[in-house]
Design a binder for this molecule. Structure first.
Ligand code: PGA
Length: 226
């Protein structure tokens, strides 16, 4: 399984010192990826656990005030980058930018974790196939992970049924296969201590977690399957 912590714009020095204490020597057969805000990445001195980030610049142009390039992130040890999270799409990140960011991340050996998902329960979930196709359009290799995150489930405490999740995961996998690639797909959106065992019965290859990643004990219990 792959477990990704998306800390979003949360935490302070003390929090990341605690995260480092828990995960610097953490041993697990699973892939664990911690994605702090950029400024806190130096606090995480990880060995068996991977460092991830929450965004990368879409271009290498040096005249890009406030942006952080994939080259710099790789230089700091980032192995994964969340790309196209719905909160960034909400800020104007369109599919074309997601595709450019995938290209930039792969160029520097950073694995993109691309988020796709429908906005409301009434939306046609086939739209995720277009998001997948767009995200793959500028890839330079097959090193990419997707995360199905129904936007209505993020931070709401509500999750889809396992059947629904499996249905959308199949749409995502099929869309990737049509583009000549086999992918791993995570589930994200209100994963917590109460529902993670049920969610493990889905075909998801792991979880992308926001809120619960801030509760360090709960997060570790979920990784351990407790
Ligand atoms: P949540 O967030 O776990 O708090 O719902 C998930 C995400 O936004 O990636």
């Amino acid at each position: 399984m792959i477990f990704v912590a998306n800390y979003k714009m949360n935490g302070d020095k003390n929090f990341y010192i605690k995260v480092n204490k828990i995960f610097s020597k953490f041993k697990s057969l699973d892939t664990i990826v911690l994605c702090p805000p950029f400024v806190y990445t130096p606090f995480l001195k990880l060995k068996n656990v991977a460092l991830g980030v929450q965004n990368v610049a879409a271009q290498e142009n040096k005249q890009s005030t406030g942006e952080i390039s994939a080259r710099m992130l790789a230089d700091l040890g980032a192995k994964y980058a969340i790309i196209g999270h719905s909160e960034r799409r909400e800020m104007g990140e369109i599919d074309e930018m997601v595709a450019l960011k995938v290209n930039m991340a792969q160029t520097y050996g950073v694995t993109p974790i691309v988020c796709v998902g429908e906005k409301s329960k009434d939306d046609n979930v086939m739209l995720v196939a277009d998001q997948v196709k767009a995200a793959l359009s500028k890839r330079i290799n097959d090193d990419i992970i997707f995360a199905y995150e129904p936007i209505w489930a993020i931070g709401s405490g509500e999750i889809p049924t396992i059947d629904q999740i499996d249905k959308v995961l199949k749409i995502i996998r099929d869309a990737a296969e049509e583009n000549g690639i086999n992918i791993k797909v995570l589930y994200g959106g209100s994963v917590n201590l109460k529902n993670h065992k049920e969610l493990r019965t889905s075909t998801a290859d792991g979880f992308l977690m926001g809120g619960v990643s801030l509760k360090l004990d709960d997060f570790v219990s979920i990784i351990k399957g407790e």
